[in-house]
Ligand binder design. Structure first.
Ligand code: ADP
Ligand code: ADP
Ligand code: MG
Length: 666
């Protein structure tokens, strides 16, 4: 029976909510969003026809509240709810509650969610259905001695997994029997705290496997197909970083075998809708790992190679239609790769970052490039949710074409305000082993040195572009207002200075702790910059959006410089480097004594005080280090002086704007 969906509520946020609503709108549906207090101005709210507040920022109090979401569904007249991924998407009680409220849950039956919700129970089921399993133990008995004996039987190394697990939590690799008891206890603790259930399973740890998963789709008329596979072998800490389709090296026979195993798995639990059967593959073997009973983050690569819209398929199936295509009709064309752009700092062990996206350029303008995102420039990445900024998906006629486009797409991506994994992803895309499809789950660890190089000092090209940007910006400003307040400012040079062949200014930049002074000599069409590596003739134009068309000793370059406060982030040749401009005017203000107050840049904890009362300091010296959100911020001396008073001690909490110390003239 067809039960038409006219109004769709999306019980999610961010990119997946936006993506689902795009398809719903294209199909002529009315869309309803829900939002937490943190998301009142979020993109998914702006895209929706209607949006309902469901509670405070923490997910527990909003996006995980079944009652609040059903209330919004009733108020809005929604006849279906799409759960996206994460949050309530694999929550059987939610699927049941929707059913009871007479609302279509766009997902599998609650019974299928339950059957696959426990990795152990799912493995037992799959064993019966004849789906191959990694050798292991997935029984009910959780006696520690028994688990240890099972580990011995399986043979080390083994992997302990939280049965209720997800997102890599509660997973421990154990290399020897001595390590087993402690690893077990720690896996159980993690499982208990993350999932409220300390049940574990133990399986053989494969040392160089690939993660290959199969997209399945079933309708309520007994049809079930697979839409080929995805390779998600490039992972960090068992979490996907790069995903692609099809899997390199996949033969048609193997695809058919894995496809059949996946369809068998889905049929064994009476599946309906979109699902993913995850396999781990090594050599000629593949084994069932788990089934994700929802739309997957990486579904766009499947859409790219099949030309299908999986959300449209979900909605059709949910309203009782048959699958749009039979197995034989499902296309497989070209190659697609997705990367997850995250607000995280690779230099600090990928610590998630929070803060404002001061500047954001995503490569959706490039051909064969799709960007799924839930944020815009000016939005904030908060501590409450997943710090994913966007998914970037490229496709090509073949894998190498897609790989080249991936590199170009990442080169065209610009984020200022937060550290991201962009450069790390780009290094993966550029790695010869990636081009050669040498994929397994150790890829990142194996190529770590190349993928995560030590920071390099700023180069002359970046300095030249930063200097050109500042000079152009200052020229524009001084043309508007001659700086009467500060007659000594080098920027206050009277109009006509361009004619004076000896006119010059000294610019100072800071690259982390290093100061770099650059003398710029004015020339009729540009400047000669005395850079660390020698003189360079620089000319060019800067646009209001920070774009630079520059010539460095005649070589034309496109670049972008984004200024936030005194920080200049220079994007050039696909790389990026941030330097601080030491503004001479701010320094001269400080010298007049009005700017003796040194304040905390953000609320945080004092973690280091580098000076003592009475100590003389030189301009630029580090004074106090404040830590907030695990980020360190160094407060430096704006001028030479003497520390008159320290207001806090190490360990003290400070508010933003709190005066940290008083600097007086030496
Ligand atoms: P999650 O629920 O966190 O997704 P999975 O069971 O899907 O947990 O495993 C996540 C990842 O851990 C896999 O993609 C794979 O890289 C790795 N992994 C899982 N099982 C094994 C195994 N038996 N041997 C080696 N690696 C494994
Ligand atoms: P996939 O196999 O689809 O990549 P993941 O295991 O990576 O699935 O998880 C899917 C996404 O959902 C991830 O981005 C993860 O951070 C997010 N997620 C999972 N659980 C939650 C949750 N409870 N709240 C918010 N986001 C979640
Ligand atoms: Mg998984």
């Amino acid at each position: 029976m067809i039960r038409p969906i006219r109004t769709l509520l999306v019980a999610n946020r961010g990119e997946i909510a936006v993506r689902v609503m795009r398809t719903a709108k294209a199909l002529g549906l009315r869309t309803v969003a829900v939002y937490s207090q943190a998301d009142a101005d979020a993109l998914h709210v702006a895209v929706a026809d209607e949006a309902y507040p469901i509670g405070p920022a923490p997910a527990r109090e909003s996006y995980l509240r079944i009652d609040a979401i059903l209330e919004a569904a009733k108020k809005s007249g929604a006849d279906a709810i799409h759960p996206g991924y994460g949050f309530l998407s694999e929550n059987a009680a939610f699927a049941d509650a929707c059913e009871q409220a007479g609302i279509v849950f766009v997902g599998p039956p609650a019974s299928a969610i339950r059957a696959m919700g426990s990795k152990s129970a799912a493995k037992a089921l799959m064993e019966k259905a004849g789906v191959p399993l990694v050798p292991g133990y997935h029984g009910e008995d959780q006696d520690a001695a028994l688990l240890a004996r099972e580990a011995e039987r399986i043979g080390f190394p083994v992997l302990i997994k939280a049965s209720a697990g997800g997102g890599g939590k509660g997973m421990k690799v154990v290399r020897s029997a001595e390590d087993f008891p402690e690893a077990l206890a720690s896996a159980q603790r993690e499982a208990k705290s993350a999932f409220g259930d300390d049940k574990v399973l133990v399986e053989k740890y494969l040392t160089t496997p690939r993660h290959i998963e199969v997209q399945v789709f079933a309708d309520s008329h007994g049809n079930c197909v697979y839409l080929h596979e995805r390779d998600c072998s490039i992972q960090r800490r068992h979490q996907k970083v790069v995903e692609e389709a099809p899997a390199p090296g996949m033969t048609p026979e193997r695809r058919a075998a894995m496809g059949k195993a996946a369809v068998d798995a889905a049929k064994a639990v009476g599946y309906r809708g979109a699902g993913t059967v995850e396999f781990i593959a090594e050599g000629d073997h593949f084994y069932f790992m788990e089934m994700n009973t929802r739309l997957q983050v990486e579904h766009p690569v499947t859409e790219a190679i099949t030309g299908q819209d999986l959300v449209a398929w979900q909605l059709r199936v949910a309203q009782g239609e048959t699958l749009p295509l039979t197995q034989e009709e499902i296309p497989l064309q070209g190659h697609a790769i997705e990367v997850r752009l995250y607000a995280e700092d690779p230099a600090r062990d990928f610590l998630p970052q929070v803060g404002r996206l001061d500047h954001l350029v995503l490569p959706s303008h490039l051909d064969h490039t799709r960007v799924d995102t839930g944020v815009r420039a000016g939005d904030t990445v908060s501590i409450h949710y997943d710090p994913m900024i966007a998914k970037i998906i490229v496709s090509g006629a073949d894998r190498l074409e897609a790989v080249r486009r991936l590199e170009a797409a990442l080169a065209a991506t610009e984020v200022v305000g937060l550290a991201t994994n962009r450069v790390f992803l780009k290094a993966i895309a550029a790695h010869p082993a990636f081009a050669a499809a040498e994929l397994d789950t150790n890829f990142i660890a194996r190529h770590q040195d190349v993928l995560l190089p030590a920071p390099t000092p700023v180069d002359d090209t970046v300095l030249a572009l930063a200097a050109l940007f500042v000079l152009k910006e200052e020229a524009r400003q001084s043309a508007e207002t001659v700086d009467a307040a500060d007659p000594w400012s080098p920027w206050g040079l009277a109009p006509g200075w361009r004619l004076n062949r000896d006119a010059h200014v000294d610019l100072t930049f800071a690259d982390r702790d290093e100061r770099i002074a650059i003398r710029a000599h004015f020339r009729p069409h540009g400047f000669i910059l005395a850079l660390p590596g020698g003189d360079v003739a620089v000319e060019g134009e800067a646009e209001a959006d920070g774009s630079l068309r520059a010539r460095l000793d005649g070589v034309a370059l496109s670049a972008r410089v984004i200024r936030t406060g005194n920080r200049l982030t220079v994007f050039v040749r696909g790389g990026e480097h941030a330097v601080d401009f030491i503004d001479p005017r701010l320094a001269s203000q400080a010298a007049t004594g009005t700017a003796g107050r040194l304040v905390a840049p953000m609320p945080g904890t004092i973690i280091r005080i580098a000076v003592e009362e009475g100590q003389e300091v030189t301009k630029g010296a580090a004074l106090v280090v404040v830590e907030a959100m695990k980020m360190e911020h160094t407060v430096a001396a704006p001028r030479d002086g003497k520390v008159k008073a320290l207001k806090f001690a190490v360990g003290d909490l400070v508010d933003e704007g709190a005066e940290l110390l008083v600097l007086e003239d030496a």
